[in-house]
Write a protein that binds this ligand. Structure first.
Ligand code: ARG
Ligand code: ZN
Length: 874
């Protein structure tokens, strides 16, 4: 069944008050008594029966205003509880049973090793009690939890704890009241054995907020970093947006079994351990960075998501796009702005661009879905953030801030649509964004084709920009969109030209934000003394693909001199990409693959310059990912892509051998470990040098790697050495991997790194190894992190998942079908690795199609996975 935005109706009933009594009798069973105050919605359709959502809950009794209803007055089928002939305003009491331990879908209330946890977004609350489980129904919640005192000493829910006590049978209880009305997806409870640390934050208006962090016993030391991040994030939101925390108590709980990364439940954030626990010997720089950002992201949701929430799930980007944008701003402020931007764009290109070119392509605000859980996508999150960023660029930071103020002033406490944000920006800035709204409706990655002409006699330079967007499912043609194109012009010796457009009184400085609206736009720059090199789409001003016929000299100039750091990086990527694409064509045509000297020279200059900004150098020396190269091909041959990219790595490693080797020594980070931007940048660069050198497979480098692995005092250096050894078919490889597992087998998050390293291997035999690991005692399909580590990593392994004989696809089918009945949300994500079969060369295309057909034909397939295979095969 398809849910459509066009069918949205306001709810027929409202539920302003919810009182829940949750008795966690055993891991197998809980009794949930719900008291809902229900009112007919004056703005909704009139209906004589109340229809509540329900999923795997058995309803035992239903009462209205204290009187039990006879069985003929209510029916519960698998999806709804229907109560007939209800009055205009009444109290509804239901008593239901749920089964937390059997809840392997991990939506609703479920068990993990230390107790009971919950995840409700998007539609998990209906797995706890019958409810109008939609975000435009907002209620004040009072929750009483009962559980065994010894086994589950910590009892938590949203809001403030107002009472607690002991009860018979060695049990205890606690009552929580959340003063803020909220949608049901922000509901959360925890009953577990956990250690606690506490801290506090003083808001700028002088209130003291209690911060508590709960974690599996014995792991408190791994929570210190996240608590610091939380305080940074609270301060940052005050400084940047004037937004203060509105709670007396802010709790964070870590749990090892979790479908998502983290969840912003009001006052009770629940985090996947992977995104909150950090300690230098078990977490990499990347982990520290990601944890900091995720803690901030969830905190930022308190305003962008919780105070102003979504009307319905088509509006998911209202909260996610905006919150990812805020998270990106935070990361830019705390780390290197350029590196943060580069990483966000790489993310978009590896995740969102392929999605936009596949069968699941959808607009940032989708107009239809079967399962909303399939729409927690890169498009909604990453492209959604790009749309907010474009508005920020179009109106400028000051106006954008005013727009945010207005947005909160007008919509605090409401459930609204993506348009509320656009309208606020429009109103605060005076900018007409009517055409801009198309970004929320049209799917597909737009292309800009840029041509230029320099006229020496009139000293004018003309840029002609034509936009287009390829067809996507359900959208054969697109309208031109409104977007900012930030440009600069460089002289042939690398100076920035002041920009002045014909007909404009004042110049625009060195960088100009051009506004594109028409399909073709022409910009005439005057007083241009020399034929310039254009720097296009600075700071990645729009989520599009820019085509311009750069030659290698222009790209080298930009790489060396562009004042915009993002475009310096971009120039290096283009330089490499052009050669990689040529290489793939040569390889497929049976011609030798060769690379020019200028490539090695350009990369050599970046390396020679690396002292200035090692983190940037590491990004600039990283070749475009195989997925990004593949995306540029008419027809993907993943083996050819891999071989050509690997050949380029070896070419660079040979030519720059000495420079890589000395950089390896030069960029060591002596002293105690710290994940700050400076030292993590040095480690990134140094380990990148090591990886390049390892591609030559020399015994001396292998010893260097073995020594680094053995001597590492932090996980960043250990993992880099392990990954380098794992990529090489050498005698040191197996002992390194086995030794790593033996050392870390009791740290689940490190075991995940090991599984992932094995699954990402480019070496032959990996398919068999992954199958073997899927039966290893360290692996279980019941834990999402294990699945993501092994199966998820394998799914992006361009060589072995795409093995020419189809064995990788067969393994994916096997694992996905085993997982589907256990955890359909995670299974459908795994299956998405097969969805783009039409993009591949004929042999793989057929194998992938057959794999999808096998899944589609499987009896009892979940709705989640069914939607993905159905759309792929359509
Ligand atoms: N709202 C969460 C976040 O982005 C994500 C929840 C996703 N839910 C899920 N079942 N995967 O912060
Ligand atoms: Zn989010």
């Amino acid at each position: 069944t398809t849910v459509r935005l066009a069918d949205y109706r306001r709810p027929a009933f409202l539920i302003p008050e919810v009182v829940l009594d949750i008795d966690l009798q055993s891991e197998d069973e809980a009794r949930v008594a719900a008291t809902l105050s229900v009112q007919r919605n004056p703005d909704g359709a009139s209906s004589s029966s109340l229809v509540l959502d329900l999923d795997e809950v058995s309803v035992e009794s239903v009462a209205i205003d204290g009187k039990l209803l006879p069985p003929e007055r209510w029916q519960a089928d698998g999806r709804y509880l229907t109560v007939q002939d209800v009055p205009a305003s009444f109290r509804l009491d239901t008593v239901s049973r749920i089964h937390p331990r059997q809840n392997t879908k991990l939506m609703g209330i479920y068990t993990s090793s230390t107790g009971f946890f919950s995840l409700c977004e998007a539609e998990g609350f209906r797995r706890i009690t019958p409810f109008l489980d939609r975000p435009d129904v907002m209620a004040r919640y009072t929750v009483t939890l009962h559980a065994d005192r010894e086994r589950y000493p910590v009892l938590l829910a949203n809001g403030n704890c107002v009472a607690q006590g002991e009860e018979g049978g060695a049990r205890h209880w606690a009552r929580w009241v959340d003063p803020f009305p909220k949608p049901s997806y922000l509901f959360a409870v925890v009953a577990a054995r956990l250690d606690r640390s506490q801290d506090s934050f003083r808001t700028r208006s002088g209130r003291n907020v209690l911060l508590q962090f709960f974690v599996e016993p014995g792991k408190l030391d791994q929570g210190v970093f996240a608590l610091e991040s939380l305080k940074h994030a609270m301060k940052w939101d005050e400084d940047t947006y004037g937004l203060e925390v509105d709670l007396d108590e802010y709790n964070i709980v870590a749990v090892g079994d979790f479908n998502a990364g983290a969840m912003e439940n009001k006052g009770l954030n629940i985090f996947n351990t992977k995104l909150v626990l950090a300690r230098s010997d078990i977490s990499t720089d990347w982990d520290f960075n990601f944890i900091d950002r995720t803690v901030a992201h969830e905190y930022f949701h308190n305003w962008t998501g919780n105070r102003v929430t979504c009307r319905d799930w088509f509006q998911l980007a209202l909260k996610e796009g905006l919150t990812v944008f805020r998270e990106q701003q935070y990361a830019g402020d705390r780390y290197s702005r350029a590196v943060a931007r580069i990483q966000a764009v790489r993310n978009l290109r590896t995740g969102q661009f392929p999605e936009d070119a596949g069968p699941m392509a959808h607009p940032v605000r989708p107009s239809a879905y079967q399962q909303v859980s399939n729409f927690y996508t890169s498009t909604v999150y990453q492209k959604g953030a790009e749309l907010v960023r474009m508005m920020h660029t179009l109106v400028g930071p000051a106006k954008f801030r005013q727009a945010m103020d207005l947005y909160f002033r007008e919509h605090d406490g409401q459930a609204v649509t993506t348009d509320a944000l656009v309208a606020a920006v429009e109103e605060a800035s005076g900018e007409d964004l009517s055409q801009f709204r198309l970004w929320y409706e049209q799917s597909g990655t737009a292309r800009l084709s840029v041509r230029d002409q320099y006229d020496e006699t009139s000293q004018t330079y003309v840029l002609t920009v034509t936009q287009s967007c390829p067809p996507t499912p359900g959208q054969p043609t697109k309208k031109p969109m409104h977007m900012p194109l930030t440009v600069g012009l460089l002289t042939p010796d690398g100076r920035e030209l002041p920009l002045r457009l014909e007909g404009e009184k004042t110049g625009r400085g060195g960088s100009a934000v051009l506004s594109l609206r028409q399909e073709t736009e022409v910009f005439r720059f005057i007083d241009v003394p020399v034929p310039p090199v254009p720097s296009l789409g600075r700071n990645f001003s729009a989520p599009v693909i820019i085509g311009y016929p750069y030659d290698d000299q222009a790209l080298q100039l930009l790489l060396g001199y562009d004042s915009d750091a993002f475009n310096r990086w971009e120039a290096g990527q283009r330089l490499a990409m052009d050669l990689l694409l040529r290489g793939v064509a040569d390889r497929r045509a049976g011609r030798p693959v060769q690379f020019p000297d200028y490539l090695a020279e350009a990369f050599g200059r970046v390396l020679a310059d690396a002292q200035k900004d090692p983190a940037f150098a590491a990004e600039a020396l990283t070749l475009p990912a195989e997925i990004i190269i593949a995306e540029r091909l008419e027809e993907i041959d993943p083996q050819a892509v891999h071989e050509v990219r690997f050949a380029m790595r070896r070419f660079l490693a040979e030519r720059l051998h000495g420079a890589f080797r000395s950089a390896y020594d030069l960029f060591a980070t002596p002293g105690p470990y710290s994940p700050d931007a400076e030292s993590s940048g040095r480690r990134a660069l140094r380990n990148l040098c090591l990886a390049f050198l390892m591609d030559l497979g020399e015994a001396e480098t292998r010893s260097l790697c073995v020594a680094q692995l053995a001597g590492a005092t932090n996980m960043t250096d250990a993992m880099a050495a392990l990954a380098a050894l794992a990529s090489c078919d050498c005698p040191e490889r197996r002992p390194a991997l086995d030794g790593f597992y033996a050392k870390w087998k009791d740290e689940p998050l490190v075991v995940d790194k090991w599984l992932s390293t094995e699954a990402l291997s480019r070496l032959p035999g990996t398919v068999a190894r992954v199958r073997e690991l899927s039966r290893h005692p360290a692996f279980t399909l019941k834990n999402p992190n294990k699945v993501y580590a092994l199966v998820g990593s394998f799914g992006v392994n361009q060589v072995n998942f795409h093995a020419a004989d189809g064995s990788g696809y067969a393994l994916m089918v096997e694992l996905a079908l085993a997982l589907d009945p256990i955890n359909p949300q995670v299974a459908s994500r795994m299956v998405r690795n097969l969805e783009r079969y039409k993009r591949y060369e004929p042999a793989r295309r057929e194998l992938m199609r057959a794999a999808l057909q096998t899944i589609a034909a499987h009896p009892g397939l979940s709705r989640e996975t069914g939607e993905v295979v159905g759309k792929a095969l359509a």
